[in-house]
Design a binder for this molecule. Structure first.
Ligand SMILES: Nc1ncnc2c1ncn2[C@@H]1O[C@H](COP(=O)(O)OP(=O)(O)O)[C@@H](O)[C@H]1O
Ligand SMILES: [Mg+2]
Length: 243
């Protein structure tokens, strides 16, 4: 069962937006049983999916082998799409992993979940620590959202170096230009410098996701933004198929 991490060491680049919209594409367009696993304590993925948090802060307990991870999974309004929500308890996850001392704890939970899901998507926190290292050991593909700038190529190389530094082997990494406005010269130049990178446009429909608390494909399916995520999802499926 392939798992896909949406990752960057930076915040505010579009990780949660990508995670929710790509998970929706996986569930609704590819019709795959999909789990969106939120690893960022702010629980942005749950918010954008309109899933309200449970009172009990139990997200961290999923890493305890005595617990059945499926018990923490929540339903969403969408067929084939489930959420493993985050909460404040996840802030100390780095320390918890060090205490457990198992480098593949997250990967083994993913294996447990693989009976029920065909795709797992990780909404990652903007960190470079044992949490990101565990995700890199579990993921089959890493998507890095990059806001366009003259430095985006450099920013991407930095992420690759950082991921490399966290372990000898790492999964393939796909850079994606995020929040692209082709009316802006610098954005156009960033696009021209990296013509093969997929693009997600800067769009008010995407900002609107936080108001609607729905993925853009669910309320504006014909918008350029929804089409961009659908195309990106197709590219991801193709990359996974190549292995
Ligand atoms: N393509 C886009 N067009 C317009 N706004 C966007 C786009 N992508 C993200 N945003 C906005 O940028 C902010 C940060 O996005 P978010 O996905 O939360 O980033 P991260 O998870 O990397 O911190 C949010 O307010 C989101 O609505
Ligand atoms: Mg986020």
């Amino acid at each position: 069962m392939p798992s896909i991490a949406i990752y960057s060491v930076k915040g505010g680049v579009g990780k949660t937006t990508f995670s929710v919209n790509l998970a929706w594409c996986s569930a609704s367009i590819s019709r795959r049983e999909t789990l969106l696993w939120d690893l960022d304590a702010s629980n942005g993925s749950g918010f954008l999916l309109g899933v309200d948090p449970k009172k009990k802060r139990s997200a961290q307990s999923v890493f305890d082998l005595d617990n059945d991870p499926r018990k923490l999974v929540q339903k969403t309004d969408y067929d084939n799409l489930h959420l493993l929500p985050a909460d404040e308890s996840i802030r100390t996850l780095d320390r918890q992993f060090h205490r457990i001392g198992k480098k593949k704890r997250l990967a083994s939970i993913v294996t447990k979940l693989s009976k029920d899901y065909e795709r797992v998507i990780f909404d990652c926190p903007p960190v470079l620590n044992e949490v990101s290292a565990q995700v890199m050991r579990a993921a089959d593909l890493v998507i890095v959202p990059l806001p366009p700038s003259p430095l985006s190529t450099r920013a991407f190389e930095q992420v690759v170096e950082e991921v490399r530094g966290s372990g000898k082997k790492h999964p393939p990494i796909l850079p994606v230009l995020s929040m692209v406005d082709m009316r802006r010269t610098l954005h156009k130049q960033a696009r021209e410098a990296n013509p093969k990178w997929p693009v997600v446009p800067l769009a008010s429909a995407i900002e609107q996701c936080a108001v609607e608390r729905r993925p853009v494909g669910a309320f504006a399916p014909r918008s350029p933004a929804a089409r961009a995520f659908a195309q990106l999802w197709t590219a991801i499926e193709r990359k996974l198929a190549k292995g």
